[in-house]
Ligand binder design. Structure first.
Ligand SMILES: [Zn+2]
Length: 299
């Protein structure tokens, strides 16, 4: 039980879990035909993954492949997915990551095609559970060059990314959590697109935005804004040093408000010891969000 890894490449329960998440990815319309791929790290140098050229909605445990961290196939009657190198790049850079989901959820991918940054400081759950969603630059899928596009953006606290003109990748300590982050990103992007059609998108004010980050800290969820004084509160800036010439700029949505960063500012509330963080409303929000996380994880 105390092993830092899951139980190896023959673990049927984990193969079944990959099939189950595959069914959800397909049922949600996150992967057309044979799109998308899923992986779980099961050892120091062993990873289970979905095979290439198979619909993710109809996999059985015997279809699942095993590879080492360089992508060499260790087991499985089918050929491993060519995009496994992307999963392995994330796992190698972030030892806390045990599972990765890559797919093409339409609403999130639409932001990647429009190259429109996903605005922050709008919905509480997104702010607390995801934070900024960086855009890895476009590269032809499959090879190591494609896999390496995510490397500048794998900061602690980053759990999901847009692959420009391609799709999404999300990851976490287990497969359910990794998948669930894709669901949050796509649901959020869908709401943003709908809100824009209804009228316009409203940002939370500085106090409200800061309180959500206080809450995030209280829940022990990491965020780049807790570490870097140059990060704006809502400005999609945590990753600006990762971009070369390809940083997405807001075009379809209003530019984010220029509040001082979480570490730099603090006129509204300070971190957990502040009175605002101890109000009944704040506690109720913590409780409500915690219950949602537990419900989502327990599904
Ligand atoms: Zn893809």
């Amino acid at each position: 039980m105390s092993s830092p890894w899951n139980s190896g490449i023959n673990d049927r329960r984990l193969k079944e879990q990959i099939c189950e998440i595959g069914r959800r990815v397909y049922a949600k319309g996150f992967a057309a035909a044979n799109d998308g791929n899923i992986s779980i790290r099961v050892g120091e140098n062993e990873v289970l993954c979905s095979p290439t050229m198979i619909c993710k909605g109809f996999m059985s445990p015997d279809d699942i492949c095993a590879v080492d961290l360089d992508g060499n196939q260790l087991a499985g009657k089918r050929k491993r997915t060519s995009e496994i190198l992307l999963h392995l790049a994330v796992m190698k850079a972030r030892p806390d990551v045990k599972a990765v989901v890559h797919c093409h959820p339409p609403h999130a991918t639409a932001f990647g095609v429009a190259r429109e940054p996903i605005p922050q400081c709008i919905l509480p759950e997104v702010e607390v559970f995801l934070g900024e969603i960086p855009f890895a630059p476009y590269e032809t899928p499959g090879g190591q060059k494609f896999a390496d596009t995510v490397l500048p953006f794998l900061k602690p606290g980053t759990n999901a990314m847009i692959l420009t003109n391609h799709g999404t990748v999300s990851f976490g300590p287990d497969l359910e959590t990794a998948y669930w982050r894709t669901e949050i990103v796509d649901a959020y992007c869908r709401i943003l697109i709908l809100a824009k059609q209804v009228g316009n998108v409203s940002y939370l004010n500085e106090r409200e935005s800061r309180e959500l980050l206080d809450l995030k800290k209280k829940l022990n969820i990491d965020d780049p804004r807790f570490h870097d004084v140059s990060c704006d509160l809502c400005g999609n800036s945590a990753f600006r040093d990762g971009y070369k010439e390809d940083m997405p700029e807001p075009c379809g949505f209003p530019a984010p408000p220029e509040y001082p960063g979480y570490l730099a500012g603090g006129t509204a509330t300070a971190a957990p010891a502040s009175p605002a963080a101890n109000t009944p409303q704040f506690d109720a929000l913590v409780k409500a969000i915690t219950e949602q996380v537990l419900a989502a994880l327990g599904k």
